[in-house]
Ligand binder design. Structure first.
Ligand code: 13P
Length: 255
């Protein structure tokens, strides 16, 4: 049976007020709720999660989170716990985004966060990706090490609570060096499957893989068709409901 494409909008630290956040979500939901072959998840800043959750109707367009801490409560000023997200009815959380790693989040912290989020019943969207590509292919080793390190506290029986997002740091955001090619993404989706196969003894195809980094209405379809990925993790383009709607519609047509 064909599974749905998973399209996640990571809103990062946008927009500046709740009114805009709600308007964007409503506009996205209007299109997303008509698409049978796509599961849409919007990950807004924490302060909008409750507001947007109230606007959810049905299952096709839901709300996720951008981060969570590795304890469920305690003296951790400014952090939000997986149990708190779970109690709001949030079902998924992004962990290990490169923008957080760039601000000091270590592999060790990422791995604790992954384990805690899964324990709290959340699906983890684990981000991996290299800062730059070297001629010798060392970036492949780095990515597989990131994966193994992040998953060291996860039991095999919980691998179905994982989504892996490949986000090459050099292809993210307005300072991207260049857009990644579909072959760049294909190479790493194969690597991720192989790494899973090594870890769990199966073919690794059970774990959904997303591509993220300068996805737009023009290239979304190509990544989905040519890179053997199950969905996309979209930054900037997810903040423009019209552009994001084009991405969602493109995903709906890929077979
Ligand atoms: P852009 O789509 O803006 O390049 O961001 C990608 C990203 O970091 C999504 O998590």
């Amino acid at each position: 049976m064909k599974t749905k494409k998973l399209i996640i909008g990571n809103w990062k630290m946008f927009p500046v007020n709740a009114k805009d956040a709600k308007a964007k979500f409503v506009a996205i939901k209007k299109v997303a709720s008509t698409l049978r072959n796509v599961q849409t998840v919007i990950c807004p800043p924490f302060v909008y999660v409750s507001d947007l959750k109230k606007l959810v109707t049905g299952h096709r367009c839901v709300v996720g989170a951008q981060n969570s801490w590795y304890e469920n409560e305690g003296a951790f000023t400014g952090e939000v716990s997986p149990a708190m997200l779970s109690s709001l009815g949030v079902e998924s959380v992004i962990v290990g985004h490169s923008e957080r790693r760039a601000n000091g989040e270590t592999d060790d912290v990422v791995s604790k966060k992954v384990a805690a989020a899964i324990k709290a019943g959340l699906t983890v969207v684990l981000c991996v990706g290299e800062r730059e590509r070297d001629q010798d292919g060392d970036y492949m080793k780095l990515i597989s090490n990131q994966l193994k390190s992040a998953l060291q506290g996860v039991q095999k029986k919980d691998f179905n609570k994982l989504v892996i997002a490949y986000e090459p740091v050099w292809a993210i955001g307005k300072h991207a060096v260049r857009a990644a090619s579909t072959d760049d993404a294909l190479e790493i989706s194969i690597l991720i499957r192989k790494t899973f196969a090594d870890m769990c003894g199966k073919d690794g195809s059970c774990v959904p893989i997303l591509y993220g980094g300068s996805v737009d209405a023009k290239n979304a379809w190509e990544f989905l068709l040519k890179s053997q990925v199950d969905g996309l993790l979209v930054g900037r383009a997810s903040l423009d409901p019209k552009v994001f709607a084009e991405i969602l519609k493109a995903a709906d047509t890929t077979k």
